[in-house]
Design a protein around this ligand. Structure first.
Ligand code: CTP
Length: 382
C-alpha cells in the first residue's frame, strides 16, 4: 500500500536491498527499504506521518498502518570523503542508476509492488549460486565505502555464501581503506559474522583477506581465529560469540576488558562476557564427579572410540554411534578400545593427529557433552 500511494502521486517506487534478498531466500525480513523517484519533500507531502532520519541522504521514514518504511530517493553518490560515507548525494530519477551504486549483486535487486523482480546485475543468479559479488567494479565499490569489505565477509557468514574471486582479490588489494572506518561500524559487521551460519568459512576469509587486521585486538591472534573457525560450529546456547572468541584467542580474564573496550563494547556487554568466560573456565578445568561421569559414560565411550577411529583412520563414526546407542550405558567392558590402547596408538602417531584429537575433545567439552580435558577422559577410560 505504501508503494501504491507513491505511484498514485505519479512516481515510481520499489522494494530494494536486504528485504528483497531475504524474501527470495525465504528468510525473515528485518527492515523494509523502498527506493523511489520522488524527492524527500514529495514523499513528505504524500504521507501524514514521517520522520526525517537522513534527509540529506534522501531518506525519510514513513509510518503507515503501524509499520515503518525507510523511503529513499534514487541516488548516486558522486563524491566520497575519507572513504567513509557519501559526502554528497546526487538524486537521480532512475532505478538502474540507484541499483548500480549498491554493494553486492544480491543486494542490488528490486521488487515492484506486485512482486516482479528487477535484476540488472544477475543478482538472482548469484543468489541461487550462493555468491557474494560486487556490483560492477569491486575496487570502485570499496572506494565508495570501505566498510563494504567487512560487509562482504559478513554476508558470507550470514547467508552461508562464498566470496567471488574478483571481489576477494579487491579486498586483498584495498583492505587498508578500512583504517579510516569507525570501529563501531566494523563491530556491527563483525558480530554478525561471528554469529552467522557460515561463520567458519567467513572467519577464514577474514584471515585470508587480512581484514582481521582492522578488527581491534585480533592482529596478534590469527591463530585464535582459526580455532574459532574450527570449533565454534556448534555454538552452545549458553555462550555468546564474544565469549567463545575471547576463549579461543586465549585472553586471560584481565585482558578481556581491554580487548572489548578496544571494540567499543558497552560496559554491560563486557561484564556479561567476563562472567560467561569465568563459567566456561570453570567447566573446562573442574573434573566431574564419578556420578556425573557415569551419566555421560555413553558420550565418553563414543568419544574415545571416535578418537581411536580418528587415529587409526577407521572412521565409520555413524556405525560407532549406533553401536553405543544400543548398549546399556556405562559398561567399560563393552568399550572396543581401552584408554591404554588409545595412548599406545597416540604414541605411535605423529603429532598432527594429536592436534586433531584435541580439537575433537575440545569441541565435545565446549558443547557440554564431555567434562574435563584429555587426562580425565583417558584416565577414566583405562
Ligand atoms: N548498501 C550498500 N552499501 C553499504 C550499505 C548498504 O550498497 N555500505 C545498500 C545495499 O543494497 C543494502 C541496502 O543498502 O542491501 C540496505 O543496507 P543495510 O540495511 O545496511 O543492509 P541489508 O542488506 O538490508 O542487510 P541487513 O539489514 O539484513 O543487515
Amino acid at each position: 500500500p505504501v508503494i501504491q500511494k507513491i505511484e498514485e502521486a505519479g512516481f515510481v517506487a520499489y522494494f530494494v536491498g536486504g528485504s528483497v534478498r531475504d524474501t527470495i531466500l525465504k528468510k525473515p525480513i528485518s527492515d523494509v527499504d523502498i527506493a523511489t523517484s520522488a524527492f524527500p519533500e514529495e514523499i513528505k507531502a504524500i504521507f501524514p506521518r514521517t520522520v526525517d532520519v537522513g534527509i540529506e541522504h534522501g531518506t525519510v521514514m514513513v509510518l503507515w498502518q503501524k509499520e515503518e518504511y525507510e523511503i529513499t530517493t534514487f541516488r548516486t553518490e558522486s563524491t566520497y570523503q575519507d572513504f567513509r560515507r557519501p559526502d554528497e548525494v546526487t538524486f537521480v530519477r532512475s532505478l538502474e542508476e540507484d541499483l548500480k551504486r549498491r554493494d553486492f549483486t544480491v543486494n542490488a535487486l528490486a521488487m515492484s509492488r506486485d512482486g516482479e523482480i528487477i535484476d540488472y546485475f544477475d543478482g538472482l543468479v548469484d543468489l541461487n549460486k550462493g555468491i557474494i559479488k560486487a556490483v560492477g567494479s569491486a575496487t570502485e565499490r570499496f572506494h565508495e565505502d570501505a566498510l563494504r569489505m567487512m560487509r562482504g565477509v559478513r554476508f558470507v557468514s550470514q547467508l552461508d555464501f562464498t566470496l567471488e574471486a574478483k571481489t576477494e582479490a579487491a579486498i586483498m588489494e584495498h583492505h587498508a581503506l578500512l583504517e579510516k572506518i569507525a570501529v563501531e561500524r566494523v563491530q556491527v559487521e563483525f558480530i554478525k559474522l561471528l554469529l552467522g551460519k557460515g561463520r567458519s568459512q567467513a572467519t577464514i576469509k577474514l584471515i585470508e583477506t587480512e581484514l582481521y587486521q582492522y578488527c581491534p585486538g585480533l592482529r596478534k591472534h590469527g591463530e585464535g581465529l582459526y580455532r574459532y573457525a574450527d570449533l565454534s560450529g556448534e555454538l552452545p546456547d549458553s555462550l555468546t560469540a564474544w565469549t567463545l572468541l575471547v576463549y579461543f584467542i586465549q585472553l586471560d580474564n584481565q585482558s578481556i576488558d581491554a580487548f572489548m573496550r578496544e571494540w567499543k563494547c558497552s560496559k554491560k556487554a563486557i561484564q556479561e562476557v567476563e562472567v560467561a568466560k569465568r563459567a566456561l573456565d570453570f567447566r573446562l578445568t573442574t573434573g566431574w564427579s564419578k556420578e556425573q561421569l557415569y551419566h555421560t559414560g555413553l558420550e565418553i565411550a563414543v568419544a574415545v572410540e571416535k578418537m581411536h577411529a580418528l587415529l587409526t583412520g577407521e572412521s565409520d563414526l555413524a556405525a560407532l554411534e549406533t553401536h553405543y546407542k544400543n548398549l546399556p550405558i556405562h559398561n567399560k567392558k563393552q568399550l572396543k578400545v581401552t584408554g591404554n590402547e588409545l595412548i599406545a596408538t597416540l604414541n605411535r602417531q605423529p603429532g598432527i593427529w594429536l592436534g586433531e584429537l584435541l580439537v575433537e575433545i575440545e569441541r565435545e567439552v565446549l558443547i557440554g557433552r564431555l567434562s574435563n580435558q584429555t587426562e580425565a577422559i583417558l584416565s577414566w577410560a583405562k
